[in-house]
Design a protein around this ligand. Structure first.
Ligand code: HSE
Length: 430
């Protein structure tokens, strides 16, 4: 009986290095748990000369990706180059060759349903634990651990860079730009940090999680996305005053057959478990009808954490290959049809609104009047005394209101002569 599963690795970068380290360091332990061996047969990369943090047999390295894709001895192709092309072409080719695949490529999986379709058609499996939450095993939790639940909600902190920036802005009174520069220097941010701070990376990951959780395909375009660039020190301070922290949350909920999916800065009560997830850590707070609430927490990125997720996928696929049951757990938990989405304008939540207004009699009255006309109730108000400037902030926490109504009311309020800047809106999750 076959006892060795052979792997072709495409991408000899940070995560690839972490994976090789883990497979080397824990080889004995993995072999015992698997009842067989995982062997890296070849590693392909454009650059096979620059020094890496781990030494390997040079004979394994090649610049010829095709030689891996067409090697009949290779059972699993691991793709760790990221980006859409050429990763997409390589994966489709590997699938065509009948190889199982492992990838951490969130952008590709979120935007390219054809990878899943092709794998299903060819009867091969895909491991993608590394695509969301780094070392935090959230995919397995959704696909297997919670398989008997009707999932109700996902609240996730799934971008470490954005969480690092907001955490440091909160704990050290620093500004956004200053902390972003530090995140870049420390290597947390994506090569294009816009993906992190504008919420796109979170949206890619949420598309994957929501699809698994609700059993239908949630596409990237179905997700409402706002980033953290507009959050100021003042917002962080006012939020604190009313007992909240600001987090970039990825939220997906199912209600009466419709799914809402959104990524945006969110005021979370300081006592919420997610409010204490700081720095580059990721966490997902999940609600299932049987299990209730659960929290999954871990390092969202980094060589060893992401390597751990990829290695777990390899062991999973290898177990199936060795036992002759490669489809024990299906690629997806859902049919490939499109999800029935709830439009953003129908979202119901509470809002934090920060108005920049002239300090004149009747201003608060005009604002509350326009909010009241759209059925928006006020839960609390903060107004500080004027210092040198004539413009003062007024912060209003609303009761639950409809997104569409808030937008109409703010459009009118922002046209008032006494309102001197676009009103800041942050949604609240209680
Ligand atoms: N840039 C991502 C993050 C890395 O900050 O979470 C892992 O996807």
């Amino acid at each position: 009986m076959k006892k060795i599963v052979k792997i072709g690795l495409i991408g000899w970068g940070t995560v690839g290095g972490g994976l090789v380290k883990i497979l080397k360091t824990n080889a004995h332990l993995i072999e015992e748990r698997l009842g067989g061996k995982l062997e890296i047969k070849a590693i392909a990369d454009k650059d096979i000369v620059s020094p890496r943090s781990i030494e390997i047999d040079k004979k394994l390295l090649t610049t010829d990706v095709e030689s891996l894709l067409h090697d009949p001895e290779i059972d699993i192709i691991v793709e760790l180059i990221g980006g859409k092309e050429p990763a997409r072409t390589y994966l489709l080719e590997a699938i065509k060759e009948g190889k199982h695949i492992v990838t951490a490529n969130k952008a590709l999986l979120a935007e390219c349903g054809e990878i899943f379709k092709a794998a299903g058609k060819r009867g091969v499996n895909i491991g993608f634990e590394g695509s969301v939450g780094g070392g935090m095993p959230i995919i397995k939790v959704l696909k297997e651990g919670l398989v008997a639940n009707r999932m109700e909600a996902i609240l996730g902190i799934i971008n470490g860079t954005a969480n690092y920036i907001l955490s440091r802005m909160t704990s050290e009174d620093k500004d956004f730009q200053e902390v972003l520069a530090e995140a870049k220097r420390l290597g947390y941010a994506e090569s294009d940090p816009a993906m992190d701070v504008e919420g796109t990376d979170s949206a890619h990951k949420l598309a994957i999680l929501a699809s698994l959780a609700f059993g239908t395909r949630v596409k990237l375009n179905d997700i409402y996305v706002e980033g953290i660039k507009e959050i100021t020190q003042a917002d962080i301070r006012y939020a604190k005053e009313v007992g909240y922290s600001i987090k970039l949350l990825s939220i997906a909920k199912e209600n009466q057959g419709r799914i809402e999916a959104r990524v945006h800065p969110t005021l979370l009560p300081q006592e919420h478990l997610l409010a204490s997830v700081n720095g580059v850590f990721n966490a997902c707070f999940l609600t299932g009808d049987a299990v209730g609430n659960i929290l999954v927490y871990g390092q969202g990125a980094g060589e060893m954490a992401a390597g751990s997720a990829v290695a777990a996928d390899l062991v999973d696929l290898a177990r199936n290959i060795l036992s002759g049951t490669p489809h024990r757990v299906p690629v997806l938990t859902y049919p490939l049809g499109a999800a029935k989405m709830k439009p953003m304008k129908e979202t119901l939540c509470r809002y934090y609104l920060r108005f920049s207004v002239l300090d004149r009699p009747g201003v608060l009255g005009s604002i509350s009047n326009l909010l009241g006309k759209k059925d928006i109730g006020i839960a609390s108000v903060i107004q500080k005394e004027r210092r040198e400037e004539d413009i003062v902030p007024i912060v209003i926490m609303t009761h639950e209101a409809k997104e569409e109504n808030i937008r109409i009311a703010l459009q009118k309020i922002d046209q008032l002569a006494v309102v001197k800047a676009k009103t800041m809106l942050i949604r609240v999750e209680d």
